[in-house]
Design a protein around this ligand. Sequence first.
Ligand SMILES: Cc1cc2nc3c(=O)[nH]c(=O)nc-3n(C[C@H](O)[C@H](O)[C@H](O)COP(=O)(O)O)c2cc1C
Length: 397
Amino acid sequence: MWQGRRVVLGVTGGIAAYKCVLLARDLARRGAQVDVVMSRGAAEFVGAVTFEAMTRRPVRSSLWERNGALDHVVLGQHADLIIVAPATAHFLARAAAGIADDLLTSIVLASTAPILIAPAMNDAMFANPATQSNLRRLGSRGWRSVGPAVGELAEGPSERPGRMAEVEEILAHAARLLHAPSALAGRRIVVTAGPTRESIDPVRVLTNRSSGKMGYRLAEAAWQRGASVTLISGPSSELAPVGVDIVRVETTAQMVSAVRESLAGSDVLIMAAAPADYRPLRPRADKLPRSDGGFALELGATEDILLATAADRPADLIAVGFALETGNAIEKGRDKLQRKQLDMIVVNDALEPGAGFDVDTNAVTILDRRGRAERVPLRSKAAVAEAILDAIEKYRE
Ligand SMILES: Cc1cc2nc3c(=O)[nH]c(=O)nc-3n(C[C@H](O)[C@H](O)[C@H](O)COP(=O)(O)O)c2cc1C
């Protein structure tokens, strides 16, 4: 997605300019061709040579430089994406008014490329109606904005937005804008992920080895394709994906309710979670003491999420299940596809090296209700997520 893509990175005069050295580095590392354009203010905070070292390309800062007489038009017209980070209040005001008094404001005025801004400023400057109205004007012209976040500012802690979005977040939004058009753009996708936990007593639980990685990669990839994504996650140490609404649950019963509540208006449901199938029938209110004699735990089945929510599915919802089996995986997967009224099922064999729980890779077979079967050999879970979403796009055609 990034290889050879032309990104203009506008840097304006805010304290956060130093963090954009890392943004420039990460864009270049991903394979983008990064042209940094600095405002006069930016040069007070960071040296052009630092950006040049990161991008291996000359930094532009003046309308009147002789290295490209038409840079003020050409750079923006050839760009696949323009990012302005940090975007100062001053830059937002000039851009909103259509003023083109330096190289960067001229470039954004002359370009039809998507524009992503990461505003960063003192919290009072951000809250000022002038800044808010400028942001609304830019938003109404299709400019995308990421942040600012609430958090530590140069002048100290703040409880109001002002701090620039983290570099990772800016990169994720940039990738979404660069993504090839997808049939999933604008769709609502619900993904479940991770294990669930059932209490034995206040300190002990019954759970499984699911890490949540597969579901998190699916949620990230679906958001990158332009979908709005709700991720219903059991306990997982994975980081919350950028842009995704995350609903955290603990037990299978909570996951059932969360799925039920999210189904209205959804287009796709992907059940990548590994909910606990059993729960202690009588969880204890106090901690069970250790005893040499051991103890017997009586378990009952938890609710089957797919069956329990079948009546809540919109008629045209595409339901995708997962089947983690140990042996005869394809046969068992086909059976589950029918039994649970799924459109598609992703089957993997937990005994296959590199596949299944708590690893970064997976090897799966995607089966659909129309009899199609696609083998996705061992690869990263991120790549498997892309293959699953491709299969969903094809199924929708
Ligand atoms: C130390 C210092 C820090 C500043 N930090 C910010 C900032 O984070 N955000 C902002 O909008 N302006 C900030 N300013 C004000 C801008 O630098 C000023 O508005 C300047 O005219 C911006 O010019 P530019 O948008 O062309 O880069 C800061 C100024 C100083 C002196």
